[in-house]
Each structure stands twice: as C-alpha cells, then as structure tokens.
Design a protein around this ligand. Structure first.
Ligand SMILES: Nc1ncnc2c1ncn2[C@@H]1O[C@H](COP(=O)(O)OP(=O)(O)O)[C@@H](O)[C@H]1O
Ligand SMILES: Cc1cn([C@H]2C[C@H](O)[C@@H](COP(=O)(O)OP(=O)(O)O)O2)c(=O)[nH]c1=O
Length: 205
C-alpha cells in the first residue's frame, strides 16, 4: 500500500513523519521521500541550491521520481510493504506549474505527459493545508526569508494542491495543519492503520 504526505513548506510534514514512525512502528512501514530517496535526489537538491533553470529542475525531479519508483517503490509494493512517502508526484503537479508559469505553455499537461505510463498512483494522499502566513511563520529564518518575498508562490502551490484533491477525492484526505501536531499525527496514523488492515484483506488490483 502506498501512502503519500503532501503540503506546502511549513505545513508540518517532517514533524508528522517523525511521529508516524513511532505511532506505526508495529506495521513496519517503509518511509521514503522526494526528492532524495536515491542519488538522483541529491542531484535535485544540488540543482535547487544552485538555482538551475526551472525546466532542468523539473526534469531532475521527474528523474528522481523514476529512480524512486524503480529502486524502491515498485519492489516494496511487490513485497506487500506499507510505504509512506514524504512528498511524491503531487508535489511536481503543485509546485512546478508555478515555477514554470510563463516558461512553457500549460506546464501541468507537460508534467502529466512525462509521468504517463510509468508512475504509480498512491492509494491514499494526506494533504496538510493551512493559511500560507502560518506556514511561512513556522519556517526557519533562511526559508522564511526566501518565502517571505514569495508567499504568493506558496499560495499558488496550495491552490494547485487543492485542485488536485478536488479532481481525485477518493485518494486525497485534506487535513487541517493548524490542529495540534499530536492530533494531526494520531488522526493520520489511525487512517493509515485502518487502510493497511483493510488492504491486507483485499488483493492489490
Ligand atoms: N501542528 C503544528 N502546530 C504548530 N507548529 C507545528 C505543527 N507541525 C509542525 N509545526 C512546526 O512548524 C515548523 C515546520 O514544521 P515541519 O515539519 O518542518 O514542516 P515541513 O516539513 O512541512 O516544511 C517546525 O518548527 C514544527 O515544529
Ligand atoms: C518532490 C518535489 C519537491 N519540490 C520542492 C518542495 C520544497 O520546496 C523543495 C524541497 O522539498 P522538501 O521536502 O521541503 O525538502 P527539504 O525539507 O529538505 O527542504 O522542493 C518541488 O518543487 N517539486 C517536487 O516534485
């Protein structure tokens, strides 16, 4: 079963995932993330750090996703593992259309075409949502500065996320990221546990 956690920077994903490791330890989930599960992900981080052009960055994120699926996601699903990924393809469809706006026509369609035929759809996606000002206020000084001038970017990213959720309501669970962190973690852990137990009774389609 493949679970993904999504949300804008500052929505609480890293905090949540650390707590899910404790709450779900008995299910022995495989925790992973994008970017970064493979060495390709390290090249993505370098591209971000060196502020490469948005097309190069987008294609590197896609290459990271392909390596992630081939080396980790697909083998783990074949073994029947529960996988929890901190970010996944929806981050591409939420962030890149904003940074590619004006660079190429209809970036979302371009990105969807790149993923077609080889990406693997998550079984459930938890989307952490909160007012952007609250997210920016939670970020560390360096990210805060970076996003302070660009809070509008995070607003557009979150709007994209909400559009993705509206288009795929059976997969997305929208979570109020302003709730206390323990409440967020326990709610999501319970949802994952219920899904994992029911999926064990149902062969993967
Ligand atoms: N539910 C919450 N309520 C208040 N603060 C939170 C909550 N979740 C996380 N935080 C704090 O917000 C900051 C960013 O959280 P983090 O997990 O790093 O977000 P992300 O990984 O989504 O960027 C951290 O200082 C964290 O302690
Ligand atoms: C996976 C992914 C992340 N991102 C962005 C979201 C973040 O701002 C940034 C790094 O991801 P992030 O998960 O925030 O890593 P870190 O916590 O180490 O900063 O990359 C994309 O723009 N597209 C993607 O496909």
């Amino acid at each position: 079963m493949l679970i993904t956690i999504e949300g804008i920077d500052g929505s609480g994903k890293s905090t949540l995932l650390a707590r899910l490791r404790e709450l779900l330890a008995d299910l022995d989930p495989l925790f992973t993330r994008e970017p970064g599960a493979t060495w390709v992900g390290e090249s993505v981080r370098r591209a971000i750090a060196e502020r490469m052009d948005p097309i190069t960055e987008a294609l590197l994120f896609c290459a990271d996703h392909a390596a992630h699926i081939d080396t980790l996601i697909r083998p783990a699903l074949n073994e029947g593992r529960l996988i929890i990924s901190d970010r996944y393809a929806d981050s591409r469809f939420a962030y890149q259309p904003v940074v590619l706006d004006g660079v190429i026509p209809d970036p979302l369609s371009w990105l969807r075409r790149i993923h077609e035929g080889w990406t693997i759809r998550p079984d459930r996606t938890f989307l952490l949502v909160l007012p952007v000002d609250d997210a920016v206020s939670r970020l560390g000084p360096e990210k805060k500065r970076e996003y302070f001038e660009n809070a509008a970017i995070l607003s557009r990213v979150q709007e994209n996320y909400l559009g993705l959720a509206a288009a795929d309501p059976s997969r997305f669970v929208i979570v109020d990221a302003l709730l206390p962190r323990e409440e967020v973690a326990r709610f999501i852990a319970d949802e994952i546990r219920a899904g994992a137990l029911s999926s064990r009774r149902r062969p993967r389609a």
